[in-house]
Design a protein around this ligand. Structure first.
Ligand code: MZP
Length: 498
């Protein structure tokens, strides 16, 4: 066997050295915009960008439609997991695409019937066009109740239809939140960045929400919106065994970008999948590959046609691949080496392939380190699983509030395909664990703190853009004792107060 030079390092073993902070390097002047897909010197019009360098992991416990809507509104992106049937995944993608098209998903506590009834009642009271969207729990179709001032139409979304057919422009919108307090209504408007005003009754209870015509949410918020359609962007994961059916269905549902989800992306299966998709759809469809940890695999996936490459094997919070198979590499070393290969490719060809640092981000500052090491954006599972918007159930362990978080390499995640004829290989042993993460509240409030820390690190390093940060960062490897020195130390703990 060959042994590669040097030790394989993790994020914890690095720190950033400050560079000159110039006076114009302020929070307000920093751009976190980054490339998501391949860009060439000759033309970057076609490249997709993120407004913040963070995407959520394609995992059952992380990225469903609710998370995708919340994160896209912050300027990031979710990859909806593929460990579910094609129909279920497309349904999630559709919900995200419908969201900013003037539709608001109904409160899930209301039944489909009640949602439609509420919309009709409010239309009768207010004379405004109203709309209710809800899911039909019986057969998992999306049931759309459309109430306009002229007619009432109820229709099922046909998965084979273009979504445009269902995009009826409306300027007044009523959602089924009638009767909640003004405070709760404002909270919903604020959290979901709705383009709406609350109209309340005498008792300060919500009557309905109405669009504010003069207001363009895309100007105020760094929403991740696609060009003129004002719809949120959403990604979808695919696998290498049913992609021939899954990809066309996802494209039709409106997925903006795809990513092959695999713990080991250096395979002929993945090469063939990316190549076939690129041959069939050309550059209209963007697709990422991975995961990999060494430059040879990077070149292989780029040759297949990957628009970005995901780096990381065995570093995920729920991952036991290294213990089970002895496969993987310290995440910092993997990113540094592959970023160098990516930069060399760019020097040679003028083609830049963004890389995503996937897994093992434990502290907020690890995001800064990953980017300084050359990643263009990071993918996080555990981080997002802790928020209200993640699909995991909230529960208690002792006094602590926690949320469920489980790996895609667990039998739990694979269970969806057990009774279906999917062609999915059986899981003989698990590469992930089924666990919990501490619950920390809503995505927005926590994300703002994380982004503030990232910007502060960039300011200390004199960088106003992600590109500056990657180019100018100076990193140092730290000794175990300097890690101890970096935390609070040599203090007497404050006694617990009543
Ligand atoms: P983390 O942010 O929770 O540390 O890591 C998330 C990443 O772990 C995912 O994006 C994926 O690459 C990886 N993952 C997901 N499931 C497993 C598993 O079951 C896994 N082994 O390694």
């Amino acid at each position: 066997a060959d042994i590669i030079d040097g030790v394989s390092h993790t994020f914890n073993e690095f720190l950033l050295i400050p560079r000159l902070t110039t006076k114009d390097c302020t929070h307000g002047n920093i751009s976190l915009t980054t490339y998501l897909t391949k860009v060439s010197d000759k033309c970057d019009l076609d490249a997709m960008r993120l407004n913040i360098p963070m995407v959520s992991a394609a995992m059952q416990s992380v990225s469903d439609a609710r998370m995708a809507i919340a994160l896209a509104q912050e300027g990031g992106l979710s990859f909806i997991y593929c460990s579910q049937s094609i129909e279920e995944q497309c349904k999630m993608v559709r919900s995200v695409k419908l969201y900013k098209a003037g539709f608001v998903a109904s409160d899930t506590t209301l039944s489909p019937k009640d949602t439609v009834a509420t919309a009709m009642r409010l239309r009768a009271k207010t004379g405004h066009s109203t709309i209710a969207i809800t899911e039909n729990g019986c057969n998992n179709d999306i049931l759309v109740g459309l109430v306009t001032s002229k007619d009432l139409r109820l229709s099922r979304i046909d998965p084979n239809d273009s979504l445009d057919k269902y995009m009826t422009p409306i300027d007044k919108l009523v959602v089924a939140y009638e009767g909640i307090s003004l405070h709760e209504a404002n909270d919903i408007i604020w959290r979901h960045k709705l383009n709406c005003l609350p109209i309340i009754d005498r008792n300060k209870r919500l009557k309905y929400l109405t669009f504010r015509k003069d207001y363009d949410a895309s100007k105020k918020y760094t929403s991740q919106l696609v060009d003129a359609q004002k719809r949120l962007m959403v990604g979808a994961a695919i696998n290498t065994w049913d992609y021939m059916d899954r990809v066309p269905a996802l494209i039709d549902a409106g997925a903006d970008i795809l990513c092959v989800d695999s713990s080991d992306g250096y395979s002929e299966y993945q090469f063939d999948a990316i190549k076939m998709i690129k041959n069939k759809y050309g550059d209209k469809i963007k697709i990422g590959g991975g995961n990999i940890v060494y430059p040879d695999a990077f070149n292989y996936l780029v040759e297949a046609g990957a628009d970005f490459v995901k780096v990381g094997i065995g570093g995920g919070s729920i991952c036991i691949t290294r213990e089970q198979k002895g496969i993987g590499r310290g995440q910092a070393s993997a990113i540094i080496d592959i970023a160098r290969e990516r930069d060399a490719l760019y020097q040679r060809t003028g083609v830049y392939i963004p890389i995503c640092a996937d897994g093992g981000i434990v502290h907020d500052y690890h995001i800064s380190l990953a980017i300084a090491m050359g990643a263009d954006f990071v993918m996080l599972g555990r981080y997002f699983a802790r928020f209200d918007e993640s699909p995991g159930k909230k529960t208690h362990i002792g006094n602590q509030v926690v949320k469920e978080h489980w790996g895609e390499g667990t039998k739990r995640s694979a269970n969806w395909s057990r009774y279906l004829d999917t062609g999915r290989p059986d899981i003989i042993f698990e590469e992930g664990v089924d666990s919990f993460v501490p619950y920390v509240g809503g995505l927005d409030e926590n994300l703002q703190i994380t982004l503030a820390k990232l910007k502060s690190a960039m300011i200390s390093c004199g960088a106003k853009t992600i590109n500056d940060f990657q180019k100018n960062a100076l990193l140092t490897i730290v000794s175990p004792s300097s890690i101890v020195e970096g935390g609070a130390h040599d203090l007497v703990s404050r006694p617990m107060m009543e």
